[in-house]
Design a binder for this molecule. Structure first.
Ligand SMILES: [Zn+2]
Ligand SMILES: [Zn+2]
Length: 439
């Protein structure tokens, strides 16, 4: 029995880790905080080796208990120290720790032209914000950036240990300054308007580290003065977001005529359903694909549509809400006897389609854990882990071309065969009394 439990726990950890690999490109994560580290004698808060996804990782922070600086650049972990006067050394290892660290995985960057001179860090901040805004980035959310090329003049520092119990401590030294003229390399920065004291100083929206192109020097950028002739700014390629929502056509009052056209969004559906979950996103997107084939003009006639749904609570809510189908008017029923999520019919011309989710789209781990949750086999923390996996999956669905998620096929031999059955299990309320993970 104990062994079984251990196996279940290991399986759970394995599944969660696996999903951890699907990080959203450019999403910024933080551990620890700049304004907290002095209060607890610069104790380290993260061991970089434990970060789940090191591919295309970019990050900055102090090295260990202020032994220097860290910059992870495209999955390469650089750390620099300046423990001896006038000297600095750079190494590479994942076996390093940091009292605060800000990082993001970015697999694709987009290049932007910089213009005008840069005479201060604020110029970098302003130019990056302006270019980001102009190109549709949400500057209210944190994001990483790179500036690569040649710099006329840079002032950098590497911090040094602050207490005698840390190797390399020298009284009255907090950092060593290093100046560069006509150097070339990469600046890695993180921009945020809401992380002052966390990973930017109280007066700035950016924190920037510099890595020389020969990788022999790395440090924190304090001052800059340069023309931008030979510099390029890079921002993470933004995840595509696909349009969701329908236009629907209904009657205009209790005895009214067709022609009341309204927009129905995913959030409206979430209110009917009770929460936004991956199943609801699947149902919404699947019906979007199916209904656009029945109504090529994009306006769904909810008085002219009937639907057969699989029994999941999410899918059935999506079905009745979006199509207007109702059992009592012979326009909705539930069946498990077909291959797909929904079968949808346009009543006036009889055209019928079935929509299926493609193999391999949904992570098998979510199904496995979902089955366990239904059997009451997940504890409260495991339930929260499952929720995080489902949320990740929802986000991924909304960033993926629905044509690659679903297949819609026309049915020529479809028979409308409404069954009334009321013993399906409403699986999304089975764990309603489970405690919070932290309790
Ligand atoms: Zn720094
Ligand atoms: Zn749901």
């Amino acid at each position: 029995m104990k062994l079984l439990k251990l196996y279940a726990a290991l399986l759970f950890i394995a599944l969660v880790t696996q999903v951890g690999f699907a990080q959203q490109s450019g999403k910024v994560y933080t551990v620890g905080a700049m304004n907290e580290m002095g209060k607890n004698n610069f104790q380290t808060q993260v061991w970089l080796d434990t970060l789940p996804d090191k591919s295309h990782l970019f990050g900055i922070g102090p090295y260990d208990r202020m032994k220097g600086e860290i910059m992870v650049f495209n999955g390469k972990p650089f750390y620099a120290s300046a423990l001896e006067k006038g000297k600095s050394v750079v190494g590479q290892s994942w076996d390093i720790r940091s009292p605060f660290f800000v990082y993001a995985n970015v697999s694709e960057w987009e290049a932007f032209e910089l213009s005008g001179d840069i005479t201060a860090l604020e110029d970098i901040q302003n130019k990056v914000a302006t270019i980001a805004q102009k190109n549709g980035y949400d500057t209210k959310e944190p994001f990483p950036f790179k500036i690569i090329g040649s710099f006329d003049s840079l002032t950098t520092h590497i911090v040094t240990p602050r207490s005698a119990d840390v190797e390399g401590y020298r009284e009255d030294f907090k950092q060593q300054v290093f100046l560069f003229n006509n150097s070339s390399g990469s600046l890695l920065g993180f921009y945020s308007e809401k992380h002052q004291g966390i990973f930017t100083s109280s007066k700035s929206y950016i924190h920037v580290h510099y890595l020389s192109s020969d990788q022999t020097f790395m440090g924190h950028l304090d001052k800059i003065n340069t023309a931008v002739k030979a510099l390029t700014l890079f921002l993470p390629v933004r995840p595509k977001s696909y349009k969701t929502g329908f236009r629907v056509n209904d009657t205009d009052f209790s005895k009214g005529r067709l022609g009341n056209i309204q927009k129905v969004e995913l959030n409206d559906l979430a209110k009917l359903h009770g929460h936004l979950c991956d199943g609801l996103v699947v149902g919404h997107l699947a019906l979007q694909e199916a209904l656009l084939i029945l109504y090529p003009d994009g306006i769904i006639d909810r008085t002219n549509t009937r639907i057969v749904s699989k029994p999941s609570p999410c899918l059935t809510d999506a079905a009745v809400y979006l199509t207007g189908g109702r059992y009592q008017y012979n326009s909705f029923y539930i069946s498990e006897d077909f291959d797909g999520l929904f079968t949808v019919q346009r009543i006036d011309n009889g055209k019928t389609v079935v929509v299926r989710m493609n193999q391999g789209v949904k992570p098998e781990s979510i199904n496995l854990l979902g089955t366990k949750a239904i059997k009451g086999e997940l504890n409260s923390c495991e339930l929260e882990g499952l929720k995080a996996m489902e949320d990740d999956f929802s986000e991924k669905l909304l960033r993926t071309d629905p044509k690659t998620i679903f297949t819609v096929a026309e049915l020529t031999d479809f028979e409308w065969n409404p069954l009334l059955k009321n013993d399906f299990v409403k699986t999304d309320i089975l764990n309603k009394d489970a405690r919070k993970c932290s309790q």
